[in-house]
Design a protein around this ligand. Structure first.
Ligand code: EMZ
Length: 383
């Protein structure tokens, strides 16, 4: 069985130029490749903005498939902070013990099922159900709702892994509209109700704003978590000695999660729109054109990370940007980290070998680059 190879496609270009131009549906992007520049540009929100036409900062652009602004990530300061302040405590709930033990139980159930000895498919029979079940905790709604989301497949806006799909997206939009009406009619303890009763500048959030938050919650943490879970399991399958290591040293899990996020960088990049004629790394960037902050490239920057192309589970210095950087850094990161940390612990405690029987890569097409982000399928056996 050939070993998986998450090669860094940006290496040469990062070292030699620092940026790369790519076309995205006729709206070009200057990709920023070095960690230092990525951070600098992420920090400079006035020069590189997030509040453009909804969907434009995402690469591939989603301007043709949605009009709703995702909140807070498509909003610039100072309004951005007001939204963020409304949500931060809610998105820290994954640190609380009842949440962690419920999440652990979900993972334990999936692992127990996998241990029954039969061959199963990791993406659809493990990572997707785990992502969906865990999301019920983040939204604080009944577990049974996960069945609906599982039926949508791994990406809510894309079909066949990478193609943008308007019809598929409208399933999510209509679903969220219905749930907002339900929560208005009968408010509960869920995220919809919490947002609908939140106040910003002395007024309630509108349905459109709540929808914007919910779309981001559903879309941003879907394929990213699914890939992170799948890739981590494939890593453990290929490195049984690390499974032993994690079993002996459960305290290693926190560092291991950061390293797996750095190495696999579930989100390749995120765009910004220049508000003036400017330059990055000596390359001209025209006003109203896009740059992208390439987290995946920055996370392999050899001037920052020692042996960047190796997974070193106990890596000490790890200033990765896998969850973004600056005021827009991932709101769901606390949840994602708990999912991965508990996954590593439960698997280490219960599984001795993971045998891969077949796999099909999921390759992202970035115009002049190709990058493996995960797998479409992995057939495996747990013992
Ligand atoms: C957007 C994005 C957010 C986008 C943090 O990332 O994730 C992508 O998967 C979605 O397609 O709409 O939510």
């Amino acid at each position: 069985m050939k070993k998986s190879n998450f090669k860094d496609p940006f290496k040469e270009q990062r070292e030699q130029q620092g940026t790369a131009k790519m076309d995205d549906q006729g709206d070009p992007v200057t990709m920023v490749l070095r960690l230092k520049d990525v951070r600098k540009c992420a920090h400079d929100w006035n020069r590189f903005r997030s509040g453009a036409t909804p969907g434009r900062i995402v690469v591939p652009s989603e301007v043709h498939i949605r009009g709703t602004r995702q909140i807070p990530f498509e909003v610039d300061p100072p309004l951005h902070k007001k939204y963020r302040d409304l949500m931060e405590d809610w998105f820290r709930r994954p640190l609380q013990e009842p949440y962690r033990s419920a999440l652990r139980a979900q993972i334990q159930e999936l692992v127990d099922h996998a241990l029954k000895g039969h061959r199963f498919e990791i993406v659809e029979d493990f990572a997707l159900p785990l992502q969906s079940k865990a999301l019920t905790l983040l939204l604080n709604i009944p577990l049974s709702e996960a069945e609906v989301w599982i039926s949508w497949g791994t990406h809510v806006f894309r079909s066949e892994e990478t193609k943008l799909d308007k019809e598929k997206a409208s399933i999510l939009y209509d679903y969220i509209d219905r749930k907002i009406e339900d929560a208005l009619a009968a408010p509960g303890e869920d995220l919809y109700s919490k947002l609908l009763t939140s106040e910003l500048d002395g007024r309630r959030l509108t349905k459109e704003e709540v929808k914007g938050v919910m779309i981001l919650t559903f879309a941003g943490g879907r394929d990213t978590i699914i890939n992170a879970v799948t890739n981590s399991l494939v890593y453990l399958a290929e490195h049984p000695e690390q499974l032993v290591n994690l079993r002996k040293h459960p305290e290693l899990a926190a560092r291991a999660v950061e390293e797996l996020i750095r190495y696999y960088s579930p989100l390749t990049h995120m765009g910004r729109v220049a508000s003036e004629d400017t330059s990055v790394c000596e390359h001209a960037v025209k006003s109203n054109t896009r740059i992208s902050l390439c987290w995946a490239s920055a996370n392999r920057d050899e001037s920052v990370f020692d042996r960047p192309d190796e997974v070193i589970l106990d890596r000490k210095m790890n200033p990765h940007v896998g969850f973004g950087f600056g005021h827009h850094k991932c709101l769901g990161a606390t949840h994602a980290r708990q999912v991965l940390m508990l996954l590593l612990q439960v698997v280490a405690e219960n599984v001795t070998t993971i045998e891969i029987e077949g796999l099909k890569e999921n390759i992202e097409d970035l115009d002049r680059f190709e990058r493996q982000v995960g797998f479409q399928h992995v057939w495996a056996r747990f013992q």
